[in-house]
Design a protein around this ligand. Structure first.
Ligand code: BGC
Length: 507
């Protein structure tokens, strides 16, 4: 059969086609990414709008318009940063609850809860009369993001055949980037609508939530989640329809075996932390998220308009530049969609680390030379900086962005998968919070040195990808321990050889 895709495994081959149903379900689920992305993109633009500042942060408004204000410090305000970052704190707490819901009620229901939280947040934000309403809205949005980011990547990784898992999972990131881009375009236009343009910007977040909520009524639950919750008949049926073949017995047995093991684990969180053989996945899954955030990407995503205004580009040019970086972000993610299952995860991560390092160092050097406390950077250098930032975003978009989500969703065995992925999601949110909360202060204190700070992190993460990260391309999700971790030159030592049915490689 021409389009009969066979994913090899240690225990045998799992036949599967890339069915329309799987593609459709993955795309619908990926709308969770649109919610997340829209929110990332909208905050920076809104916090640079005068009407918004005047209503909620009058002191920042005043500071911004004071003549000869320090270039690097004009937006430094803890409350303003709290507007951006409060969402991520809420998301951390909620992703813990979401891990529980994923296991108890399934991935699909958890996505529906995400859409509901998000909608409430949007209504509160768009109708905000004071700072309390604004922050309460952000907290509900955070709950939506926590639930969505927990459920969507897991859902896609479980529903996809191994051979296409990477590409389909990257659709989540693809929609994050499209969300950011749409938000940047919306901000560009709403910034001209006075005095309530910001309300349109914040209200627009309702669309992705409605798409996810309605779309999730059409999708099927993952076979793994059905079988895990005792619905074995339904699970087998779902496996046949999602794989598009009748011959799913081997994969079915593999999932049943994984769920049996999972059932014996009464406390997945404790298991994850206490059991030595869980440490490699836990370490890699969480550190990848730390690295993803410490590339410095969100400095650009949240604060690109602010950053470009700091460099002396006018308000319009700044938002426009943010649109340019947003477009590059989306288009470059396509490289990951099509490349991740072909080149593998590590190659993309390592190549991009080099590219991102070069651009961070050059941006740092240009700003050190040309952006002093109160001048405007000469135009050619301002545009060169925008170009270098685009090169940086490009690298991130096909590597640390999508793979920061993909790898943690595929490396845990079923018994610790939602719990393990919770650690990854919440680490992402905590680091995003730190960056969002601290960046404007860091910019004020460290000035252009901040770019060298992120460059140093990129050196560390590049080395990690070279030496410690195993390749997971094409490995069936329930066979990671046997085929990846127990065979890795370093991580194999965390597994007890008595438990092994295969000898670890020695190199
Ligand atoms: C990250 C976000 C980031 C976005 C940029 C995502 O993978 O988690 O923090 O803003 O990529 O495209």
């Amino acid at each position: 059969m021409a389009n009969h895709i066979v994913a090899s495994s240690s225990g045998g081959d799992f036949p599967a086609k890339l069915t329309k149903q799987v593609v459709l379900c993955s795309l619908i689920a990926a709308f969770g990414g649109l919610m997340f992305g829209y929110d990332i993109g909208i905050s920076g633009g809104v916090t640079s709008m005068d009407d918004f500042l005047l209503k909620f942060f009058p002191s920042v408004y005043e500071k911004k318009h004071r003549a000869k204000e320090n270039n690097y410090c004009k937006y430094d305000n803890q409350l303003l940063q709290l507007f951006t970052s409060s969402l991520y704190l809420a998301a951390v707490v909620c992703s813990w609850a979401a891990a529980f819901c994923c296991k108890r009620f399934g991935r699909k229901r958890t996505m529906q809860m995400a859409a509901a939280f998000f909608l409430v947040g949007v209504i509160l934000n768009a109708a905000s009369m004071n700072l309390y309403m604004l922050i309460a809205g952000r907290i509900c949005l955070g709950a939506g993001i926590g639930f969505g980011n927990q459920a969507v990547p897991l859902f896609i990784s479980e529903i996809a055949p191994a051979k296409y898992r990477g590409g389909l999972n990257v659709c989540f990131q693809m929609l994050i980037t499209i969300g950011i881009l749409i938000a940047n375009v919306v901000n560009y236009f709403t910034s001209k609508i006075h005095p309530y343009g910001w309300r349109i910007s914040l209200g627009g977040a309702g669309f992705p939530a409605i798409f996810l909520g309605l779309g999730s009524l059409l999708i099927v639950e993952t076979p793994t989640s059905l079988i895990e919750r005792g619905k074995t008949e339904e699970g087998l049926k779902a496996l046949k329809t999602t794989r598009g073949v009748e011959d799913v017995q081997k994969e079915y047995e593999e999932i049943v075996r994984a769920t049996e093991t999972a059932k014996n684990v009464k406390h997945p969180f404790r298991n994850l932390i206490m059991k030595r053989s869980s440490w490699p996945q836990l370490f890699c899954g969480t550190i990848l998220q730390v690295f993803q955030q410490f590339t410095g990407i969100n400095v650009i995503m949240f604060y690109a308009p602010v950053l470009f205004q700091t460099m002396g580009l006018g308000a319009d040019a700044s938002l426009l530049s943010a649109v340019v970086t947003g477009s590059i972000n989306s288009v470059s993610t396509l490289v990951a969609v099509f490349g991740v299952d072909k080149f593998g995860r590590r190659k993309l991560l390592i190549q991009a680390a080099v590219q991102m390092l070069i651009s961070q160092v050059f941006v740092g050097a240009i700003l050190t030379q040309h952006l002093k406390t109160t001048n405007a950077i000469p135009m050619p250098y301002a545009y060169l900086t925008v170009f270098l930032i685009c090169v940086f975003v490009m690298g991130f978009a096909w590597s640390w962005g999508p793979l920061g989500w993909l790898i943690p969703s595929e490396i845990f065995p079923l018994e610790t998968r939602p719990a393990g992925f919770f650690f990854a999601v919440s680490t992402n949110m905590i680091c995003t919070f730190i960056i969002a909360q601290a960046f404007l202060t860091m910019l004020c204190q460290m000035r252009s040195g901040i770019f060298f700070f992120f460059a140093a992190w990129i050196v560390v993460m590049g080395s990690f990808a070279v030496f410690l990260l195993p390749e997971t391309k094409g490995v069936p999700i329930d066979e990671m321990n046997e085929r990846v971790w127990k065979k890795h030159w370093f991580w194999h030592r965390f597994f007890n050889p008595q438990d092994d049915d295969q000898q670890p490689a020695k190199c």
